[in-house]
Design a protein around this ligand. Structure first.
Ligand code: PRP
Ligand code: URA
Length: 220
């Protein structure tokens, strides 16, 4: 899909730009370099909750019979097994609590990857996931989709372990990374709060928000 049409704020092909005013307001607060570590972390958590609402919008429902205090009725429940939330360490952890507040029974897979600062290749240092990934919807969480090397490596790994139904959730995506990700994994839809302008020579998203992990944990 064209990045331009995604930037217009509508669902197109497999990229959804979440243009909810609360998300956009909070994202602007996060981009501000004067935002404190505490504020940055809290906003990422809050946006995580809002993105969880959007990314689960089309989950299939199944009928379930229940008894109200008055009668028996047919209600609905989310079909199938509990979701898996798969944050890419470290920054993906920033979405986790916010998402778990809406999806409290979700399982959690941890995907430990860092981006080599010179090659920009993703290097894996940890992986732990539920054994039945094939039966569950997996939401991969990472605030930043820059070159997409980390996102592609995470999806490769989760697919290798059996996952078939995956969704990628981020805060910012670079057009270059988005195109590369869609080329590598055209079956994995993406939700993002923004498609930014471009990557700079160091692989940072512009205008972006800087290094998400460092801003979240106060490192560097
Ligand atoms: C950041 C970010 C993504 C990755 C995106 O992680 O959280 O995982 O970079 O870049 P890419 O699309 O070019 O791969 P980083 O490697 O800095 O690790 P951290 O979260 O531990 O700080
Ligand atoms: N990782 C980040 O944290 N920020 C970027 O802009 C690119 C990769």
């Amino acid at each position: 899909m064209q990045a331009a049409s995604a930037r217009d704020g509508v669902k197109a092909a497999s990229v959804t730009v979440v243009d909810h005013p609360l998300v956009q307001h909070k994202l602007t607060l996060m981009r501000d370099k004067a935002r404190s570590t505490k504020g940055f972390r809290q906003l990422l958590n809050e946006i995580g909750t809002l993105l969880a609402y959007e990314v689960t919008r089309d989950l299939p429902l199944e009928p379930v019979e229940i008894e109200t205090p008055l009668v028996t009725m047919q209600g609905v429940q989310i079909a199938g097994k509990k979701l898996v939330l798969a944050p890419i360490l470290r920054a993906g952890i920033g979405f986790l609590d916010g998402m778990l507040s809406l999806l409290p029974s979700a399982r959690v897979a941890h995907v430990g990857l860092y981006r080599d600062p010179d090659s920009l290749e993703a290097v894996e240092y940890y992986f732990k996931a539920p054994s039945d990934l094939a039966d569950r919807t997996v939401l991969i969480l990472d605030p930043m989709l820059a070159t997409a090397n980390s996102a592609i490596a995470a999806v490769d790994r989760l697919k290798e372990r059996g996952a078939r139904d995956l969704r990628f959730v981020c805060l910012l995506a670079a057009p270059e990374g988005l195109a590369k990700f869609q080329g590598a994994h055209p079956d994995v839809p993406v939700w993002t709060a923004s498609i930014d302008s471009h990557l700079n020579d160091h692989g940072y998203i512009v205008p972006g928000l800087g290094d998400a992990g460092d801003r979240m944990y106060g490192t560097r």
